[in-house]
Write a protein that binds this ligand. Structure first.
Ligand SMILES: Nc1ncnc2c1ncn2[C@@H]1O[C@H](COP(=O)(O)OP(=O)(O)OP(=O)(O)O)[C@@H](O)[C@H]1O
Length: 511
């Protein structure tokens, strides 16, 4: 251990009642490095970083920062010490501008109005310096996810930072946006800043880090220089066993058509055309992937199929029966499972328990309801079964789902939907926020579902995920399906070209 590290978190303990969430963590970070933090879902990464930036206070342990003990009780104090964090879920107010978000809570409104020109100028200066492309007068809700993230990072820089913590910043980014973010992180380090980076994506961690610490069971179990390790070793350290990088699978044996989409066109919530004449079929016993750079209509495709977005024209059928224009509840009732892209908006209800979330769409149906009464023992037993099978980290089924780590919330959504014995499974961003050990398990589960004769449509921006389990891949570009490619890794380049709008040697016209 070095004499005087930039940051040393020493023997940090934290528990909520009986639940231990930090079990004597010791972590050292050197000045001017990118230090990655890896660990399974629920290993305690976010909790540790929340302690470092004053959101949670530890029960015991010490933090030495820039050679002095650090005792902070709020994020505001952390900012004073030039420690800034970008959280897994953005904390911006959607209907305010970038500049308004930055000055929220910063003083009297009258003075702020007067100073707004200066605020705008400072945002422009920082944005130019780091190539962030952030406009101070842009309204948050009009920005893409990648842009919102740059706004969050610039917010930390705006308040002044020497230590920047990024909690799973790439989970929602396109590969291009990720490259841009990794470049930005290197630029910040060149500028003398220190970065702590949390990610489940080992390739990114290997590309960008100087050093890596691995957490398990709420402790740091290993710290290494990136040159002294490889993804296989990191995976083993995280999960405690070897993780299969390639899943064995038999060729598909597709049966009858389960989902059929014909001539589907619709608009997005701004009234602009989002889908143009989409046609596709998913058969029993196959997994059809939908690839594409995010924002090319994939979100609208999932919403339209689930009955959550009105369509302009076209026809949807499930098991040969017309479902066009049916309500989401009516579609749901027809052996239709949906794992949505945004679990917070659509997948779960935060104030409710795991057990309540586990039966969200079925609370009024047998075996969970009888004679108008909830069958609490049955619901509890069912939820305990899901918790055990999907290794969801929680004290019990009565825990509020809001208290689970992000990846464990996603596991519950997947477990609940697969338990519904569906004919058709609509999935968006299946493994977002999930650790590699659990990804291996969930992808294997999807293959089992396929082999049991279910039809699966998997919409994803992760090509790895698509190539791992799909049988064929459709590529979306500007609201259309530009091509179909067998899910064979040798065809990766073709998929990449289609994603960029290039088809058989020519560039697709923007309609
Ligand atoms: N307020 C809380 N009350 C009870 N338990 C909590 C609370 N906040 C976090 N936990 C628990 O602390 C543990 C660590 O959670 P944390 O969010 O740090 O995990 P993580 O390593 O960031 O996981 P992920 O990769 O899924 O984001 C989890 O088991 C979680 O359920």
């Amino acid at each position: 251990m070095s004499e005087r590290p930039f940051l040393r978190m020493d023997n940090i303990h934290k528990s909520f009642g009986e639940i231990i969430v930090s079990a004597g963590v010791t972590l050292e970070v050197e000045e001017g490095e990118i230090h990655s933090l890896l660990g399974e879902n629920g290993a305690g990464k976010s909790v540790l970083m929340s302690i470092l930036c004053g959101i949670l206070s530890p029960n015991s342990g010490q933090i030495i920062y820039k050679g002095r003990p650090l005792n902070i009780g709020s994020p505001r104090e952390a900012i004073r010490h030039r420690i800034g964090m970008v959280h897994q879920h953005f904390m911006l107010v959607p209907n305010l501008t970038v500049a308004e978000n930055y000055v929220l809570g910063q003083g009297s409104p009258l003075r702020l109005i007067h100073d707004m020109e200066k605020v705008h100028a400072r945002i422009r200066e920082l944005s130019d310096r780091y190539g962030l492309g952030v406009r101070p007068d842009a309204v948050i809700e009009d920005l893409s996810v990648g842009e919102q993230q740059r706004v969050e990072i610039l917010k930390v820089l705006y308040h002044g930072t020497d230590l920047l913590i990024l909690d799973e910043p790439t989970a929602v980014l396109t590969p291009q946006e990720t490259d841009r973010l990794l470049d930005l992180m290197r630029g910040l380090v060149k500028d003398g800043k220190t970065v702590i980076f949390i990610s489940h994506k080992l390739d990114e961690v290997m590309r960008v880090s100087d050093r890596i610490s691995v957490m398990r069971d709420c402790r740091v179990v290993h710290t290494t220089r990136v040159a002294d390790t490889d993804p296989r070793e990191l995976a083993r350290l995280m999960v405690g066993r070897d993780v299969l990088m390639e899943l064995p699978r038999a060729p598909a044996d597709p049966g009858d058509v389960v989902l059929s989409v014909e001539g589907l066109s619709c608009r997005n919530d701004l009234g602009l055309p989002a889908l143009r004449d989409i046609g596709l079929q998913v058969r029993r016993g196959e997994i059809v992937g939908v690839a594409g750079v995010s924002g090319n209509g994939q979100t609208e495709l999932a919403l339209a199929i689930a009955g959550l977005l009105p369509i302009d024209s076209g026809r949807l059928a499930l098991n040969g029966r017309d479902i066009t224009g049916l309500s989401p509840a009516e579609i749901n009732a027809r052996a239709f499972a949906h794992i949505p892209e945004d679990r917070h908006k659509m997948g779960i209800l935060m104030p409710l328990s795991l057990a309540e979330n586990a039966i969200l769409e079925r609370y009024d149906q047998p075996p969970f309801a009888a004679r108008g009464m909830l069958q609490r023992r049955r619901i509890a037993a069912h939820t305990r079964d899901l918790i055990a099978r999907f290794r969801i980290k929680t004290p019990d089924e009565e825990e509020r789902i809001a208290n689970l780590s992000g990846g464990n919330q996603q596991k519950l959504v997947v477990a609940r939907e697969l338990a519904r014995d569906p004919d058709f499974i609509l999935v968006s961003q299946l493994t977002r926020g999930i650790d590699i050990g659990a990804i291996e398990f969930i992808l294997q589960e999807m293959l089992k579902q396929r082999d049991a004769g279910r039809a699966i449509l998997l919409i994803s921006t992760e090509l790895e995920e698509l190539f791992a389990i799909c049988d064929r891949i459709l590529v979306m570009f500007h609201g259309q399906i530009l091509g179909e490619v067998p899910a064979d890794r040798s065809r990766l380049e073709e998929v990449g070209l289609l994603m960029a709008g290039q088809k058989a040697g020519h560039v697709a016209q923007e309609a």
